[in-house]
Design a protein around this ligand. Structure first.
Ligand code: BGC
Length: 475
C-alpha cells in the first residue's frame, strides 16, 4: 500500500499547534481580500456624491480592483517562484497598505481608479499566494481545513466591511454628512495590512519552495518544526524530491505534457464554476436584492446585507469541520444541490411577484440565505482547496496563476452583467438561470473532479502525470 495513505489517517488531526498558527497568519491575506471586496459597495455612494461621479465612473471605480487583481494573480506565479511564497505575501501586505492609504487621499475619480488597480494587485497576489502557501505547509490530514481557513477569513473580512458600511452610512444619515467618510472606510484598511505584514514576517518559508530552489537542509529544518515525527518528514521530503524529478516546469510543462494541460483545464473550470454560482451577485448587490424582495428601507437593506455576511462566515465552518473527514466531493454535491434549489426558489418568488403577498418576500430572502449557506459550505472554500491541490509542484505556480486569474476575470464579468441581466431578462429569470447552472455543475463534478481527501500533493501529482483520469487522481 502507498506510504502516503498509511502515514496518517484522515481523521487523525492532532497536529502541532504551530501548524494552526501558521495557517491563521497566512489566511490573514484572505481577511484583506474580503475587506477590500466588501467595503466598496458601502463607500461608493459617498464617493459618487463627493466627486459627482456618474454610473460609468462608479462602475470603473468598482471594477478597477478586479482588473488589478487579475494582473496581480498573473504576476504572482512568477513572483512566488522567484522570491518565494512568504516574500510574495510580504509584498502583498505592503501593496495593501500603500493602496489603502492611496485610496484615502485620492483627489479625483481618475486617481482613485488608478490606486484601486494598484490595490487590486495586492488582492490578486494574496488570492494566489495564500492558498498555495497553505497547501504546501499543511499536513495532508488537515490540508482541506487549513486552506478553508483562508476562505473563512475572506468571509470575516466581507462581514466586517459590511458592518463598517452600515455604521458609516447610518452615522452619515443621522449627522447629515454628504461625503468624506469613504476616506476613513478605505483608509482604515492600512491597519490590518500592517498587522498582516508583521505577522507574515515571522512565518517560515515553504519547504516545497525551498526544495524547488535546492535548499534541502533548510526545508528539512522547517519540516522538523511543523511535523510530528521523523517518519513523516522523511516521507514528505522523498515525495517532494520525486515530484521535482520532473525536469520541465511552468509553461514548457504545459506545452509538452497533456496531463498537466488537463489539470489546468480543471482549475479553470472550477473557478469559472465558483463565480457562476452567482455568489458575487449577492455579495455586490445584496441591498438591491433586498429591495427587489420588498424591503424598502435603507436600514432593512443594510442590516439584511450584514445578515448575509454573517451567515457566509458561519456556514464556512461546515466545510472546515467536514472537508477532511467526509471529503471534498460530498460537501460539493450537498452545497450545489442547496444552491440550485434556493436560487430557483428566489427566481420563482420574483416571478410570482413578492408584492402580491408580503410572506413571499420572506420566502425569497430565506431562500437567498440558504443559497449563501450552500455556497459557503462548498464552492467558497473547496474550489480554493482543489485548485491548490491538483498541480504537480513544478507546474503549481502556473496552474494556480491561471485558475486564480480566471476567478477574477469571471468575477468581473458576473459583476458587470448582473444589472443588465435583471433589466433585459427579468428578475425571476435571472435567478432561475443561476439556479439551473448549479445542476450542470453537479454533472461536471461527477465527470471530472477528483476526491483529494487524505492523500499527499505529490501522490496526486504522480497520478496525474501517470495519465490517470482527472476524476481518479486523488486515489
Ligand atoms: C470567492 C469570492 C467571493 C467570496 C465570498 C470567495 O471564495 O472567490 O469571489 O466574494 O468567496 O465569500
Amino acid at each position: 500500500m502507498d506510504t502516503s495513505e498509511t502515514m496518517q489517517s484522515p481523521t487523525d488531526v492532532a497536529q502541532k499547534p504551530i501548524v494552526y498558527v501558521i495557517g491563521l497568519t497566512a489566511a490573514l491575506a484572505g481577511l484583506l481580500f474580503g475587506l477590500d471586496v466588501g467595503v466598496i459597495s458601502g463607500a461608493l455612494p459617498f464617493i459618487a456624491k463627493d466627486f459627482g461621479a456618474g454610473t460609468v465612473t462608479q462602475e470603473e471605480i468598482v471594477s478597477a480592483l478586479l482588473w488589478g487583481a487579475t494582473i496581480g494573480a498573473v504576476i504572482s506565479g512568477f513572483l512566488s517562484k522567484l522570491l518565494g511564497r512568504k516574500n510574495t505575501l510580504l509584498i502583498a501586505a505592503v501593496v495593501f497598505a500603500l493602496g489603502s492609504l492611496g485610496c484615502a487621499v485620492s483627489t479625483s475619480p481618475g486617481i482613485l481608479i488608478g490606486v484601486r488597480v494598484f490595490l487590486g494587485l495586492a488582492v490578486g497576489i494574496a488570492s494566489f499566494t495564500a492558498p498555495l502557501y497553505l497547501s504546501e505547509m499543511s499536513p495532508q490530514s488537515v490540508r482541506g481545513a487549513m486552506i478553508s481557513m483562508y476562505q473563512l477569513l475572506i468571509t470575516i473580512g466581507i462581514v466586517l466591511a459590511f458592518l463598517s458600511n452600515t455604521y458609516f452610512s447610518t452615522y452619515a444619515a443621522i449627522h447629515g454628512i454628504v461625503g468624506g467618510h469613504w476616506r476613513i472606510m478605505l483608509g482604515v484598511l492600512v491597519i490590518p495590512s500592517t498587522i498582516m505584514f508583521i505577522a507574515v514576517f515571522f512565518l517560515p518559508k515553504s519547504p516545497r519552495w525551498l526544495m524547488l530552489k535546492g535548499k534541502r537542509e533548510e526545508a528539512e529544518e522547517i519540516l522538523k518544526s511543523i511535523r510530528r515525527t521523523e517518519g513523516e518528514i522523511a516521507v514528505e521530503l522523498a515525495e517532494i524530491e520525486e515530484d521535482l524529478a520532473l525536469k520541465q516546469s511552468g509553461f514548457s510543462l504545459f506545452i509538452s505534457n497533456k496531463y498537466f494541460r488537463h489539470a489546468i483545464f480543471l482549475g479553470i473550470c472550477l473557478q469559472v464554476i465558483q463565480q457562476l454560482t452567482g455568489i458575487n451577485v449577492v455579495m455586490y448587490y445584496a441591498p438591491k436584492i433586498f429591495k427587489i424582495a420588498g424591503f424598502a428601507t435603507t436600514a432593512e437593506q443594510m442590516w439584511g446585507t450584514v445578515l448575509v455576511g454573517c451567515i457566509n462566515v458561519m456556514a464556512t465552518f461546515i466545510a472546515i469541520a467536514f472537508v477532511d473527514r467526509v471529503g471534498r466531493k460530498p460537501i460539493m454535491y450537498a452545497g450545489f444541490v442547496i444552491m440550485g434549489i434556493s436560487m430557483s426558489l428566489v427566481g420563482i418568488m420574483f416571478k410570482i411577484g413578492v408584492e402580491t403577498h408580503h410572506a413571499l418576500s420572506f420566502v425569497a430572502i430565506g431562500a437567498l440565505l440558504l443559497f449563501i449557506i450552500g455556497f459557503a459550505m462548498s464552492a467558497g472554500p473547496i474550489i480554493w482547496v482543489l485548485c491548490s491541490e491538483i498541480y504537480p509542484l513544478s507546474g503549481r505556480d502556473l496552474g494556480i496563476t491561471v485558475s486564480t486569474a480566471t476567478n477574477w476575470i469571471v468575477n468581473g464579468i458576473v459583476g458587470v452583467t448582473f444589472l443588465t441581466l435583471l433589466e433585459d431578462f427579468g428578475h425571476g429569470n435571472t435567478f432561475l438561470l443561476y439556479g439551473g447552472m448549479e445542476v450542470l455543475f453537479i454533472l461536471f463534478f461527477l465527470a471530472f473532479v477528483p476526491e483529494t481527501k487524505g492523500i499527499s500533493l505529490e501522490k496526486i501529482a504522480s497520478n496525474l502525470l501517470a495519465g490517470k483520469r482527472l476524476r481518479e487522481i486523488g486515489r
